[in-house]
Design a protein around this ligand. Structure first.
Ligand code: GLA
Length: 383
């Protein structure tokens, strides 16, 4: 593990000692996008790329941290007013604060970290960072939180210290990931099951548009609010509908004149996505990836036309995929840039990759990046 050597050498040179090394992965999501905060299901899996950190308690009330990839250091305390200025350090500070808020007795520590999740690609490098520290500190300080609580620590770090009102998918996938499996997660109650993911005859590949995706300051939070407003309107007549993904199209149509046209479009996407996910899950039990693929294209164009979280580059990638005969292709993650996830027949893989590279770089003057998906395990201690 090349990164392990890098982390250990860096820790030694900064702090002159050895600590414990922890890892948490990024994630993919096969289908079920923007459904998590809408009380629906998602189908993510952890990847083999993630964040790696070496950590040692230092007997003070200060956190000293060095980001290897940014070549920047900072020091901050454990109190609310100690919020660091650097965006990247807020993730670690937020995790510490959220643990403290839950009664965790924290102490200062020295740490360095590095990552190989492509940043801004929609693969949740930030959740990987949060999960790494939440998982490690819980273990090193014997805080006794269960894994679901650690998921919330990461999510609330985003809400309270980063400003993204995200759902629980990313942190859940990072902490609970299992090699070779997707997680079918009911985001309304955090119940989950592992689904073996072995699409025989297909490859799963990400195509990174290299267009930066940054959810901070993006309309992500506005999408959430739109759906909440519509769910509230439906809830007046249907008490069982608390979140948008729990409604059906009839219930949605009943409130059409009560809500704005824009909110209606957002809700239409969310209800449709819940339905597509159900169809895809049923198809997967029969190894019917052609149906899964059709649902994925549905997700893409729903995210593009109704939810409006796509961009030209991602629409182009999905279109080229369809022309190349790819079974399923869609934007992955929050949107506004990042990757498409593609389910491709093995025999079409080479020609698809060649075509997408050639046509994307001809149109946008940049090479897309290609990542083969390997589903790995969740948060863990390395040594
Ligand atoms: C981001 C958020 C997740 C989820 C996805 C969209 O990754 O962090 O909670 O909402 O977008 O599915």
């Amino acid at each position: 593990m090349k990164n392990l050597e890098i982390v250990q050498a860096s820790f030694k040179s900064h702090f002159g000692a050895n600590g414990s090394v922890y890892f948490s992965p990024g994630r993919i999501n096969l289908i079920g996008e923007h459904t998590d905060y809408n009380g629906g299901f998602v189908l993510p899996g952890a990847v083999d790329k993630g964040m790696l950190a070496e950590i040692k308690l230092n007997g003070t009330d200060k956190i000293n941290v060095y980001s290897i990839d940014l070549n920047e250091s900072t020091t901050f305390g454990l109190n609310e007013e100690d919020l660091p200025a650097q965006g990247w350090a807020k993730y670690i500070f937020g995790v510490a604060r959220e643990l403290i808020k839950r009664g965790g007795k924290l102490q200062g520590f020295d740490t360095v970290f590095t990552g190989d999740v492509p940043l801004g690609a929609g693969m949740s490098s930030s959740a990987a960072l949060e999960s790494t520290y939440a998982f490690a500190l819980n273990e090193m300080l014997n805080l006794g939180f269960d894994k679901k609580e650690l998921v919330k620590v990461g999510q609330m770090t985003e809400h309270n210290y980063v400003g993204v009102k995200c759902g629980i998918m990313d942190q859940f996938a990072s902490i609970f990931g299992k090699a070779g499996h997707l997680i079918k997660l009911d985001c309304s109650n955090m119940e989950y099951e592992y689904i073996p993911f072995n699409p025989k005859g297909y490859k799963v590949v990400l195509v990174d548009s290299v267009v930066k995706h940054a959810l901070v300051g993006s309309p992500y939070n506005e999408r959430r609010l739109s759906c909440e407003r519509v769910a509230k309107a439906i809830n007046k007549n249907y008490a069982e509908v608390e979140f948008m993904c729990q409604a059906n199209f009839d219930q949605l149509n009943e409130v059409k004149t009560e809500v704005s046209a824009e909110d209606f479009k957002r809700a239409e996407y969310a209800v449709g996505e819940a339905e597509r996910l159900r169809t895809a899950c049923a198809a997967m039990t029969n190894d019917d990836y052609e149906t899964v693929g059709k649902m994925m294209y549905g997700t893409h164009w729903g995210m593009s036309k109704l939810y409006e979280v796509s961009c030209d580059e991602l629409d182009f990638l999905a279109t080229v995929a369809e022309e190349a005969g790819v079974t399923g292709s869609r934007i992955m993650g929050g949107g506004f840039g990042g990757c498409t996830i593609n389910v491709v027949k093995e025999e079409l893989y080479d020609s698809f990759v060649a075509k997408v590279k050639k046509e994307y770089s001809a149109k946008y003057g940049i090479q897309p990046k290609i990542y083969d998906v390997v589903i790995g395990d969740g948060s863990r201690k390395i040594c």
